[in-house]
Design a protein around this ligand. Structure first.
Ligand code: SB7
Ligand code: NI
Length: 192
């Protein structure tokens, strides 16, 4: 993939569960990122925007997505894109390189409807407990170091993506005996 080349990510590019790349811990990306890595991240972000545009999504049969990690398109690279409106109506757009959770709340939250994944072509019922608040360090497209504080839905999405970069799937967090059982001794609240 080279600079300026028109590439559109579609569902055929999305790696599905069972592919071992989804279970690997991804490799750090060089900082500042190469032109190629920058372009890949921008293409990933554009996929998310396209997937949330009803007309484009219909035309190209895209499943709507709020996040996409590089290993989900088969690249062993520690970077992801996210594009979402949070539970407070605030809009978030991220293209993050070598992200790392540097601190988090004790309190946890979960989406009452559970989580889904573009790499998982089935419904997996159950609660996925996530930290309510996280502080993430990462680099942006220019190679500038960032520290981002997130809470609520944006925090859930970014934890889902950082999990991907560590080879973890959302259902790994679901209680095996009772998928709707939440961890004890830790405050866990529904997001809605
Ligand atoms: C629900 C959905 C996502 C994150 C958190 C809750 C993202 C779904 C799209 N992805 O598969 C991104 O990895
Ligand atoms: Ni996912």
């Amino acid at each position: 993939m080279s600079k300026g080349r028109k590439i559109m990510i579609t569902m055929k590019d999305i790696v599905r569960e069972g592919n071992p790349i989804l279970r690997k811990v991804t490799n750090d990306v060089a900082v500042p990122p190469s032109e190629e890595d920058q372009q890949i991240l921008l293409n990933m972000l554009q996929f998310l925007k396209n997937s949330q545009d009803p007309e484009i999504a219909k035309r190209y049969k895209l499943r709507p997505g709020v996040g996409l990690s590089a290993n989900q398109i088969g690249l062993n690279k520690r970077m992801f894109a996210a594009y979402l409106t949070d539970d407070k109506g605030r809009y978030h757009e991220y293209t993050l390189i070598n992200p790392k959770i540097i601190s988090h709340s004790v309190n946890m939250i979960y989406l009452p409807q559970g989580e889904g994944c573009l790499s998982v072509d089935r419904q997996v019922p159950g609660f996925v407990p996530r930290y309510e608040r996280i502080k993430v360090s990462a680099y942006d497209l220019k190679g500038t170091k960032l520290e981002i504080k997130l809470k609520g839905y944006a925090s859930i999405v970014v934890q889902h993506e950082i999990d991907h970069l560590n080879g973890i799937m959302f259902y790994d967090h679901i209680n095996k005996e009772d998928p709707f059982k939440l961890p004890e001794n830790i405050p866990v609240e529904s997001l809605y």
